[in-house]
Design a protein around this ligand. Sequence first.
Ligand code: PLP
Length: 439
Amino acid sequence: MIDTKKIRKFFPAIKAGRIITNNAASTQVPVQLLELLKKLVVQYDNVHRGQSHSSILTTEEFESSYDTIAQFIGAPSRKNIILYRNATEAINAVMYSLMTEFKDGDNIVTTFMEHNSNYVPWYGLCKEILPKFGINVEYKIVKFDTETGALDLDHLKSLVDQRTKIVCCSGASNFLGTINPLKEIKAIADSSGYLQPNGDKRSYLLIDGSQLVPNTYVDVGELDIDFLVWSFHKMLAPFGVGALYAKEELLLKMRPFLYGGDMIAEGMVSPEKVAYNSLPWKFTAGTPNILGTILSSQAIRLLMDFSLNPGKQKYFMTDKKLERKDVKKAMDNIEVHEKILIGEALKILGDISSLNIYGPKTAANRTALVAFTCKNKSPFEIAEKLSNLGIESRAGCHCATLAHRYYELNPPASCRLSFYIYNDIEDVRKACLAVKKCI
Ligand SMILES: Cc1ncc(COP(=O)(O)O)c(C=O)c1O
Protein backbone atom coordinates (compact mmCIF):
# COMPACT_ATOMS: atom_id res chain seq x y z
CA MET A 1 0.00 0.00 0.00
CA ILE A 2 1.07 3.61 -0.47
CA ASP A 3 2.36 5.39 2.63
CA THR A 4 -0.24 8.15 2.37
CA LYS A 5 0.98 9.87 5.57
CA LYS A 6 4.25 10.63 3.84
CA ILE A 7 2.70 12.09 0.70
CA ARG A 8 -0.51 13.84 1.78
CA LYS A 9 1.45 16.78 3.18
CA PHE A 10 2.59 17.65 -0.35
CA PHE A 11 -0.93 18.43 -1.54
CA PRO A 12 -2.16 21.92 -0.63
CA ALA A 13 -5.76 20.89 -1.28
CA ILE A 14 -5.56 18.06 1.28
CA LYS A 15 -3.79 20.31 3.78
CA ALA A 16 -6.65 22.77 3.35
CA GLY A 17 -8.96 20.05 4.68
CA ARG A 18 -10.59 18.89 1.48
CA ILE A 19 -11.55 15.24 1.09
CA ILE A 20 -10.65 14.71 -2.53
CA THR A 21 -12.89 12.00 -3.89
CA ASN A 22 -13.48 13.08 -7.50
CA ASN A 23 -10.14 11.97 -8.88
CA ALA A 24 -11.43 10.18 -11.98
CA ALA A 25 -12.20 13.69 -13.29
CA SER A 26 -8.87 15.28 -12.30
CA THR A 27 -6.29 14.72 -9.59
CA GLN A 28 -4.61 17.32 -7.36
CA VAL A 29 -1.29 19.00 -8.04
CA PRO A 30 1.50 18.51 -5.47
CA VAL A 31 3.73 21.36 -4.24
CA GLN A 32 6.77 19.93 -5.98
CA LEU A 33 5.22 20.68 -9.35
CA LEU A 34 4.08 24.13 -8.27
CA GLU A 35 7.63 24.90 -7.12
CA LEU A 36 9.02 23.54 -10.37
CA LEU A 37 6.71 25.86 -12.26
CA LYS A 38 8.17 28.82 -10.34
CA LYS A 39 11.68 27.69 -11.31
CA LEU A 40 10.74 27.21 -14.94
CA VAL A 41 9.44 30.73 -15.38
CA VAL A 42 12.92 32.09 -14.60
CA GLN A 43 14.34 30.42 -17.71
CA TYR A 44 11.02 30.83 -19.60
CA ASP A 45 11.54 30.73 -23.34
CA ASN A 46 10.16 29.01 -26.43
CA VAL A 47 11.56 25.69 -27.73
CA HIS A 48 13.23 25.05 -31.09
CA ARG A 49 13.16 28.81 -31.64
CA GLY A 50 16.24 30.47 -30.27
CA GLN A 51 19.96 30.32 -29.54
CA SER A 52 19.73 31.78 -26.05
CA HIS A 53 20.81 29.70 -23.07
CA SER A 54 17.20 29.76 -21.82
CA SER A 55 15.80 28.49 -25.08
CA ILE A 56 18.41 25.72 -25.34
CA LEU A 57 17.85 24.62 -21.73
CA THR A 58 14.06 24.69 -22.11
CA THR A 59 14.31 22.76 -25.37
CA GLU A 60 16.42 20.08 -23.67
CA GLU A 61 13.97 19.75 -20.80
CA PHE A 62 11.00 19.74 -23.14
CA GLU A 63 12.46 17.08 -25.42
CA SER A 64 13.67 14.83 -22.61
CA SER A 65 10.13 14.95 -21.17
CA TYR A 66 9.11 12.86 -24.17
CA ASP A 67 11.72 10.25 -23.16
CA THR A 68 10.26 9.99 -19.65
CA ILE A 69 6.75 9.61 -21.04
CA ALA A 70 7.92 6.95 -23.53
CA GLN A 71 9.77 5.04 -20.80
CA PHE A 72 6.74 5.13 -18.51
CA ILE A 73 4.55 3.19 -20.96
CA GLY A 74 7.34 1.04 -22.44
CA ALA A 75 7.37 2.79 -25.82
CA PRO A 76 10.56 2.33 -27.88
CA SER A 77 11.39 6.05 -27.94
CA ARG A 78 10.17 9.65 -27.92
CA LYS A 79 9.30 9.19 -31.61
CA ASN A 80 6.21 7.28 -30.50
CA ILE A 81 4.87 10.05 -28.27
CA ILE A 82 2.71 12.90 -29.57
CA LEU A 83 1.39 15.44 -27.11
CA TYR A 84 -1.89 17.28 -27.42
CA ARG A 85 -4.12 19.26 -25.07
CA ASN A 86 -5.86 16.19 -23.68
CA ALA A 87 -6.94 12.62 -24.44
CA THR A 88 -9.92 13.89 -26.41
CA GLU A 89 -7.71 15.85 -28.78
CA ALA A 90 -5.39 12.84 -29.12
CA ILE A 91 -8.32 10.65 -30.26
CA ASN A 92 -9.45 13.35 -32.68
CA ALA A 93 -5.87 13.48 -33.99
CA VAL A 94 -5.99 9.76 -34.80
CA MET A 95 -9.38 10.21 -36.45
CA TYR A 96 -8.25 13.16 -38.62
CA SER A 97 -4.89 11.57 -39.41
CA LEU A 98 -6.48 8.34 -40.62
CA MET A 99 -9.45 10.05 -42.28
CA THR A 100 -8.16 9.82 -45.84
CA GLU A 101 -7.40 6.10 -45.44
CA PHE A 102 -11.04 5.07 -44.98
CA LYS A 103 -12.68 3.32 -47.91
CA ASP A 104 -16.34 3.08 -48.81
CA GLY A 105 -17.86 0.15 -46.90
CA ASP A 106 -15.33 0.17 -44.04
CA ASN A 107 -16.49 0.13 -40.45
CA ILE A 108 -15.30 1.23 -37.02
CA VAL A 109 -16.04 -0.75 -33.86
CA THR A 110 -16.41 1.04 -30.54
CA THR A 111 -18.25 0.17 -27.30
CA PHE A 112 -21.22 1.23 -25.19
CA MET A 113 -18.87 1.90 -22.26
CA GLU A 114 -16.82 4.60 -24.02
CA HIS A 115 -16.34 8.11 -22.79
CA ASN A 116 -17.87 10.41 -25.41
CA SER A 117 -14.28 11.24 -26.43
CA ASN A 118 -13.94 7.79 -27.95
CA TYR A 119 -17.37 7.67 -29.54
CA VAL A 120 -18.32 11.14 -30.77
CA PRO A 121 -15.22 11.63 -33.01
CA TRP A 122 -16.04 8.31 -34.76
CA TYR A 123 -19.71 9.28 -34.96
CA GLY A 124 -18.68 12.61 -36.55
CA LEU A 125 -16.38 10.89 -39.02
CA CYS A 126 -19.03 8.37 -40.10
CA LYS A 127 -22.11 10.61 -40.03
CA GLU A 128 -20.81 14.04 -40.92
CA ILE A 129 -17.37 14.06 -42.55
CA LEU A 130 -16.92 11.04 -44.82
CA PRO A 131 -20.43 11.12 -46.38
CA LYS A 132 -19.55 14.60 -47.72
CA PHE A 133 -16.86 12.86 -49.80
CA GLY A 134 -19.21 10.08 -50.89
CA ILE A 135 -17.59 7.57 -48.53
CA ASN A 136 -19.88 5.54 -46.30
CA VAL A 137 -18.34 4.12 -43.16
CA GLU A 138 -20.45 2.55 -40.45
CA TYR A 139 -19.75 2.51 -36.71
CA LYS A 140 -20.77 -0.47 -34.61
CA ILE A 141 -21.12 -0.46 -30.84
CA VAL A 142 -20.22 -3.40 -28.60
CA LYS A 143 -22.54 -4.26 -25.72
CA PHE A 144 -21.56 -4.94 -22.13
CA ASP A 145 -23.10 -7.04 -19.39
CA THR A 146 -25.22 -4.72 -17.25
CA GLU A 147 -24.84 -7.00 -14.19
CA THR A 148 -21.07 -7.54 -14.20
CA GLY A 149 -19.98 -4.50 -16.22
CA ALA A 150 -17.89 -6.81 -18.45
CA LEU A 151 -17.48 -6.04 -22.13
CA ASP A 152 -19.28 -8.63 -24.29
CA LEU A 153 -16.32 -10.17 -26.12
CA ASP A 154 -18.57 -12.48 -28.15
CA HIS A 155 -20.46 -9.45 -29.39
CA LEU A 156 -17.16 -7.73 -30.17
CA LYS A 157 -16.05 -10.81 -32.11
CA SER A 158 -19.31 -10.81 -34.07
CA LEU A 159 -18.96 -7.14 -35.04
CA VAL A 160 -15.32 -7.15 -36.11
CA ASP A 161 -14.99 -8.24 -39.73
CA GLN A 162 -12.85 -7.82 -42.85
CA ARG A 163 -14.02 -4.21 -43.22
CA THR A 164 -13.17 -3.11 -39.66
CA LYS A 165 -10.43 -0.51 -40.05
CA ILE A 166 -10.12 0.24 -36.34
CA VAL A 167 -11.39 -0.99 -32.98
CA CYS A 168 -11.66 1.82 -30.40
CA CYS A 169 -12.05 0.72 -26.82
CA SER A 170 -11.47 2.07 -23.33
CA GLY A 171 -8.82 0.38 -21.21
CA ALA A 172 -10.99 1.07 -18.18
CA SER A 173 -14.46 2.60 -18.01
CA ASN A 174 -14.88 5.91 -16.22
CA PHE A 175 -18.43 4.96 -15.18
CA LEU A 176 -18.35 1.20 -14.54
CA GLY A 177 -14.74 1.03 -13.37
CA THR A 178 -14.37 -2.11 -15.49
CA ILE A 179 -10.83 -2.92 -16.60
CA ASN A 180 -11.09 -4.43 -20.06
CA PRO A 181 -9.14 -7.54 -21.15
CA LEU A 182 -6.85 -5.85 -23.64
CA LYS A 183 -5.04 -9.00 -24.79
CA GLU A 184 -8.32 -10.65 -25.80
CA ILE A 185 -9.53 -7.47 -27.50
CA LYS A 186 -6.23 -7.20 -29.36
CA ALA A 187 -6.53 -10.83 -30.55
CA ILE A 188 -10.01 -10.11 -31.92
CA ALA A 189 -8.82 -6.96 -33.73
CA ASP A 190 -5.85 -8.91 -35.12
CA SER A 191 -8.06 -11.65 -36.54
CA SER A 192 -10.27 -9.38 -38.68
CA GLY A 193 -8.34 -9.73 -41.94
CA TYR A 194 -8.81 -6.02 -42.81
CA LEU A 195 -6.22 -5.01 -45.39
CA GLN A 196 -4.39 -1.91 -44.10
CA PRO A 197 -2.44 0.34 -46.53
CA ASN A 198 0.90 -1.13 -45.37
CA GLY A 199 -0.26 -4.65 -46.26
CA ASP A 200 -1.05 -5.69 -42.67
CA LYS A 201 -4.18 -7.82 -42.47
CA ARG A 202 -5.79 -6.75 -39.19
CA SER A 203 -7.77 -3.95 -37.60
CA TYR A 204 -5.94 -1.20 -35.76
CA LEU A 205 -6.57 -1.02 -32.03
CA LEU A 206 -6.94 2.30 -30.21
CA ILE A 207 -7.09 2.09 -26.43
CA ASP A 208 -8.41 5.00 -24.40
CA GLY A 209 -6.12 4.70 -21.41
CA SER A 210 -7.44 7.77 -19.55
CA GLN A 211 -8.58 5.69 -16.58
CA LEU A 212 -5.91 3.01 -16.99
CA VAL A 213 -2.52 4.67 -17.37
CA PRO A 214 -2.76 6.74 -14.14
CA ASN A 215 -3.80 3.71 -12.09
CA THR A 216 -2.15 0.56 -13.44
CA TYR A 217 0.97 -0.74 -15.14
CA VAL A 218 0.67 -0.37 -18.91
CA ASP A 219 3.28 -1.63 -21.36
CA VAL A 220 2.52 -0.85 -24.98
CA GLY A 221 5.17 -3.28 -26.14
CA GLU A 222 3.61 -6.20 -24.28
CA LEU A 223 0.10 -5.21 -25.34
CA ASP A 224 1.24 -4.53 -28.91
CA ILE A 225 -1.51 -1.95 -29.40
CA ASP A 226 -1.42 0.62 -32.21
CA PHE A 227 -2.68 3.69 -30.38
CA LEU A 228 -2.96 4.61 -26.69
CA VAL A 229 -4.24 7.91 -25.35
CA TRP A 230 -4.47 9.42 -21.89
CA SER A 231 -4.38 12.77 -20.02
CA PHE A 232 -1.88 13.93 -17.43
CA HIS A 233 -4.41 15.92 -15.39
CA LYS A 234 -5.59 12.55 -14.03
CA MET A 235 -2.12 11.74 -12.71
CA LEU A 236 -0.97 14.73 -10.63
CA ALA A 237 -0.06 17.16 -13.43
CA PRO A 238 -1.90 20.43 -14.06
CA PHE A 239 -4.47 20.63 -16.87
CA GLY A 240 -3.42 20.96 -20.49
CA VAL A 241 -1.49 17.93 -21.74
CA GLY A 242 -2.69 14.63 -23.15
CA ALA A 243 -0.65 11.95 -24.86
CA LEU A 244 -0.95 9.79 -27.92
CA TYR A 245 1.30 6.77 -28.21
CA ALA A 246 1.41 5.19 -31.67
CA LYS A 247 3.59 2.68 -33.44
CA GLU A 248 6.37 4.42 -35.34
CA GLU A 249 5.58 2.81 -38.67
CA LEU A 250 2.04 4.19 -38.44
CA LEU A 251 3.14 7.68 -37.46
CA LEU A 252 5.59 7.79 -40.34
CA LYS A 253 2.74 7.19 -42.81
CA MET A 254 -0.06 9.09 -41.09
CA ARG A 255 -1.03 12.58 -42.14
CA PRO A 256 -0.39 15.32 -39.60
CA PHE A 257 -3.52 16.39 -37.76
CA LEU A 258 -2.35 20.00 -37.45
CA TYR A 259 -0.33 21.80 -40.10
CA GLY A 260 1.93 24.83 -39.57
CA GLY A 261 5.16 25.90 -37.92
CA ASP A 262 7.71 23.57 -36.31
CA MET A 263 6.12 20.47 -37.86
CA ILE A 264 8.01 21.09 -41.11
CA ALA A 265 11.54 19.97 -41.95
CA GLU A 266 13.90 22.94 -41.45
CA GLY A 267 13.81 25.11 -44.59
CA MET A 268 11.78 22.60 -46.58
CA VAL A 269 8.85 24.82 -47.49
CA SER A 270 8.37 26.13 -51.01
CA PRO A 271 5.39 27.15 -53.16
CA GLU A 272 5.53 23.64 -54.67
CA LYS A 273 6.27 21.34 -51.78
CA VAL A 274 6.38 21.09 -48.00
CA ALA A 275 8.38 18.36 -46.23
CA TYR A 276 7.56 17.41 -42.67
CA ASN A 277 9.77 17.26 -39.60
CA SER A 278 11.01 14.01 -38.08
CA LEU A 279 9.00 12.27 -35.36
CA PRO A 280 7.56 13.27 -32.99
CA TRP A 281 7.76 16.92 -34.13
CA LYS A 282 5.88 16.17 -37.37
CA PHE A 283 2.79 16.14 -35.15
CA THR A 284 3.71 19.17 -33.02
CA ALA A 285 2.51 22.18 -35.00
CA GLY A 286 2.88 25.61 -33.42
CA THR A 287 4.18 26.47 -29.98
CA PRO A 288 3.41 23.51 -27.74
CA ASN A 289 2.43 23.50 -24.08
CA ILE A 290 6.08 23.61 -23.02
CA LEU A 291 5.64 24.10 -19.29
CA GLY A 292 2.77 21.61 -19.18
CA THR A 293 4.88 19.01 -20.96
CA ILE A 294 7.78 19.37 -18.53
CA LEU A 295 5.40 19.29 -15.55
CA SER A 296 3.62 16.22 -16.97
CA SER A 297 6.82 14.24 -17.30
CA GLN A 298 7.90 15.31 -13.82
CA ALA A 299 4.48 14.25 -12.53
CA ILE A 300 5.33 10.74 -13.75
CA ARG A 301 8.65 10.88 -11.89
CA LEU A 302 6.94 12.15 -8.77
CA LEU A 303 4.33 9.40 -9.00
CA MET A 304 7.17 6.88 -9.11
CA ASP A 305 8.72 8.45 -6.01
CA PHE A 306 5.40 8.62 -4.15
CA SER A 307 4.91 4.94 -4.82
CA LEU A 308 8.45 3.62 -4.34
CA ASN A 309 10.25 6.19 -2.17
CA PRO A 310 7.60 8.36 -0.47
CA GLY A 311 9.11 11.59 0.78
CA LYS A 312 12.36 11.03 -1.15
CA GLN A 313 13.44 12.10 -4.63
CA LYS A 314 14.95 9.28 -6.64
CA TYR A 315 13.19 10.02 -9.92
CA PHE A 316 11.77 13.54 -9.62
CA MET A 317 14.08 16.15 -11.16
CA THR A 318 16.66 13.55 -12.15
CA ASP A 319 17.43 12.04 -15.52
CA LYS A 320 17.28 8.51 -14.09
CA LYS A 321 15.91 6.14 -16.69
CA LEU A 322 12.57 4.60 -15.81
CA GLU A 323 13.31 0.86 -15.93
CA ARG A 324 10.36 -1.40 -16.76
CA LYS A 325 10.68 -3.37 -13.55
CA ASP A 326 10.61 -0.18 -11.46
CA VAL A 327 7.61 1.24 -13.33
CA LYS A 328 5.86 -2.09 -12.83
CA LYS A 329 6.64 -2.12 -9.12
CA ALA A 330 5.46 1.48 -8.73
CA MET A 331 2.22 1.03 -10.66
CA ASP A 332 1.44 -2.36 -9.11
CA ASN A 333 1.84 -0.70 -5.73
CA ILE A 334 -0.62 2.02 -6.75
CA GLU A 335 -3.04 -0.60 -8.06
CA VAL A 336 -2.89 -2.58 -4.79
CA HIS A 337 -3.50 0.62 -2.83
CA GLU A 338 -6.48 1.54 -4.97
CA LYS A 339 -7.93 -1.99 -4.77
CA ILE A 340 -7.93 -1.73 -0.98
CA LEU A 341 -9.69 1.63 -1.18
CA ILE A 342 -12.31 0.54 -3.69
CA GLY A 343 -12.82 -2.75 -1.83
CA GLU A 344 -13.71 -0.78 1.30
CA ALA A 345 -16.00 1.53 -0.67
CA LEU A 346 -17.82 -1.42 -2.26
CA LYS A 347 -18.23 -3.02 1.17
CA ILE A 348 -19.79 0.06 2.78
CA LEU A 349 -21.90 1.13 -0.19
CA GLY A 350 -22.93 -2.48 -0.87
CA ASP A 351 -24.67 -2.52 2.53
CA ILE A 352 -27.02 0.28 1.48
CA SER A 353 -29.96 -1.61 0.05
CA SER A 354 -31.48 1.29 -1.89
CA LEU A 355 -28.24 1.84 -3.85
CA ASN A 356 -27.66 0.52 -7.33
CA ILE A 357 -23.92 0.13 -7.83
CA TYR A 358 -22.69 -0.14 -11.42
CA GLY A 359 -19.82 -2.24 -12.73
CA PRO A 360 -17.93 -5.27 -11.41
CA LYS A 361 -19.07 -6.50 -8.00
CA THR A 362 -15.58 -6.87 -6.55
CA ALA A 363 -12.40 -4.81 -6.53
CA ALA A 364 -10.54 -7.47 -8.54
CA ASN A 365 -11.11 -6.13 -12.03
CA ARG A 366 -12.06 -2.55 -11.50
CA THR A 367 -10.32 0.76 -10.94
CA ALA A 368 -10.76 2.96 -7.88
CA LEU A 369 -14.07 4.52 -8.82
CA VAL A 370 -17.63 3.65 -7.97
CA ALA A 371 -20.77 5.07 -9.55
CA PHE A 372 -24.22 4.53 -8.10
CA THR A 373 -27.83 5.65 -8.21
CA CYS A 374 -30.47 5.52 -5.53
CA LYS A 375 -34.14 4.70 -5.96
CA ASN A 376 -36.26 7.86 -6.11
CA LYS A 377 -33.32 10.16 -5.46
CA SER A 378 -31.64 12.38 -7.98
CA PRO A 379 -27.88 11.78 -8.24
CA PHE A 380 -27.48 15.55 -8.46
CA GLU A 381 -29.27 15.98 -5.14
CA ILE A 382 -27.04 13.32 -3.55
CA ALA A 383 -23.90 15.03 -4.90
CA GLU A 384 -25.10 18.38 -3.57
CA LYS A 385 -25.77 16.91 -0.13
CA LEU A 386 -22.38 15.19 -0.18
CA SER A 387 -20.77 18.50 -1.01
CA ASN A 388 -22.51 20.06 2.00
CA LEU A 389 -20.90 17.31 4.09
CA GLY A 390 -17.50 18.13 2.59
CA ILE A 391 -17.40 15.16 0.21
CA GLU A 392 -16.45 15.80 -3.41
CA SER A 393 -18.37 13.55 -5.77
CA ARG A 394 -19.52 13.95 -9.33
CA ALA A 395 -23.08 13.58 -10.53
CA GLY A 396 -23.98 13.37 -14.18
CA CYS A 397 -23.21 11.02 -17.02
CA HIS A 398 -19.43 11.56 -16.67
CA CYS A 399 -19.43 11.80 -20.48
CA ALA A 400 -20.27 8.08 -20.54
CA THR A 401 -23.67 8.94 -21.98
CA LEU A 402 -24.05 5.78 -24.08
CA ALA A 403 -23.61 3.56 -21.01
CA HIS A 404 -26.07 5.57 -18.90
CA ARG A 405 -28.64 5.29 -21.68
CA TYR A 406 -27.85 1.59 -22.00
CA TYR A 407 -29.15 1.24 -18.42
CA GLU A 408 -32.12 3.41 -19.42
CA LEU A 409 -31.34 5.81 -16.61
CA ASN A 410 -33.55 8.87 -16.71
CA PRO A 411 -31.95 11.34 -16.42
CA PRO A 412 -28.83 9.60 -17.80
CA ALA A 413 -26.88 10.25 -14.63
CA SER A 414 -25.23 8.64 -11.62
CA CYS A 415 -23.19 9.82 -8.66
CA ARG A 416 -19.52 8.82 -8.61
CA LEU A 417 -16.76 8.68 -6.00
CA SER A 418 -13.20 8.08 -7.16
CA PHE A 419 -9.94 7.69 -5.28
CA TYR A 420 -6.24 8.16 -5.97
CA ILE A 421 -2.88 7.49 -4.35
CA TYR A 422 -3.20 10.20 -1.70
CA ASN A 423 -6.56 8.95 -0.44
CA ASP A 424 -6.45 6.83 2.70
CA ILE A 425 -8.99 4.40 4.03
CA GLU A 426 -10.37 7.15 6.28
CA ASP A 427 -11.25 9.27 3.23
CA VAL A 428 -13.12 6.30 1.78
CA ARG A 429 -15.01 5.63 5.00
CA LYS A 430 -15.91 9.29 5.46
CA ALA A 431 -17.13 9.53 1.85
CA CYS A 432 -19.17 6.32 1.93
CA LEU A 433 -20.66 6.98 5.36
CA ALA A 434 -21.67 10.42 4.08
CA VAL A 435 -23.48 8.70 1.18
CA LYS A 436 -25.31 6.55 3.76
CA LYS A 437 -26.27 9.67 5.68
CA CYS A 438 -27.46 11.52 2.56
CA ILE A 439 -29.87 8.86 1.47
C1 PLP B 1 -12.24 7.13 -20.05
C2 PLP B 1 -12.00 8.57 -20.40
N1 PLP B 1 -11.73 8.89 -21.65
C3 PLP B 1 -11.50 10.15 -22.04
C4 PLP B 1 -11.57 11.17 -21.14
C5 PLP B 1 -11.35 12.56 -21.63
O1 PLP B 1 -10.23 13.12 -21.06
P1 PLP B 1 -9.88 14.64 -21.40
O2 PLP B 1 -11.03 15.46 -20.89
O3 PLP B 1 -8.63 14.89 -20.65
O4 PLP B 1 -9.73 14.73 -22.85
C6 PLP B 1 -11.85 10.89 -19.80
C7 PLP B 1 -11.98 11.99 -18.82
O5 PLP B 1 -12.82 11.97 -17.96
C8 PLP B 1 -12.07 9.55 -19.41
O6 PLP B 1 -12.34 9.23 -18.16
